[in-house]
Write a protein that binds this ligand. Structure first.
Ligand code: 2BA
Length: 105
C-alpha cells in the first residue's frame, strides 16, 4: 500500500475530489497554504493499493495537472481586435510514500 499526498490548486480540488469519488477512492482533503507564495492550496491524502497508484496519478493529472488554457484578449484601439492568449493553469505536487501497516480501529 502507498500513501499519496497531493498538493493541488484550490480551484481544482472540487473536480479532483469528484473524479476520485466516481472511481470509489477514499481520501482526506485538507486546506493548506504554500510556504513560498503563502497562497491557499489543497492537500489531498489517500491510501491506495500499489496496483492503483498509476490510476490515481492519472486522475490527478486529468483534473489538477498543469495544462494550457486559451482565453481571448482585447487590445484597446487595436484594429486587430480580439486575439487569443494561452496561460498554464493548475499543477500538482505528489509525494508517494510506502505504508508499513494500515488499520481502521
Ligand atoms: P510548485 O513547485 O508547483 O509547488 C506548489 C505547492 O506545492 C507549493 O506552494 C507547496 O505548497 C507545495 N510543495 C511543492 N514542493 C514541495 C515540497 N518539496 N515539500 C512540500 N510541499 C511542496 P508554494 O510553496 O507556495 O510554492 C509555489 C510555487 O513557487 C512553486 O510551485 C514553485 O514554482 C515556486 N517556489 C516554491 N519554493 C520556491 C523557492 N524556494 N524558490 C523559488 N521558487 C519557489
Amino acid at each position: 500500500m502507498k500513501m499519496l499526498t497531493a498538493i493541488v490548486n484550490k480551484k481544482d480540488a472540487g473536480a479532483l475530489a469528484d473524479g476520485l469519488k466516481s472511481k470509489g477512492y477514499m481520501f482526506t482533503e485538507i486546506g493548506s497554504t504554500g510556504g513560498f507564495l503563502r497562497a491557499g492550496n489543497t492537500t489531498i491524502i489517500l491510501g491506495v493499493e500499489d496496483s492503483r497508484v498509476d490510476e490515481v496519478l492519472g486522475i490527478i493529472r486529468t483534473y489538477a495537472g498543469k495544462r494550457a488554457q486559451t482565453f481571448p484578449t482585447y487590445s484597446e484601439g487595436s484594429s486587430a481586435g480580439q486575439s487569443m492568449a494561452q496561460v498554464l493553469i493548475g499543477g500538482a505536487t505528489v509525494f508517494i510514500t510506502p505504508v508499513d501497516r494500515f488499520e481502521k480501529l
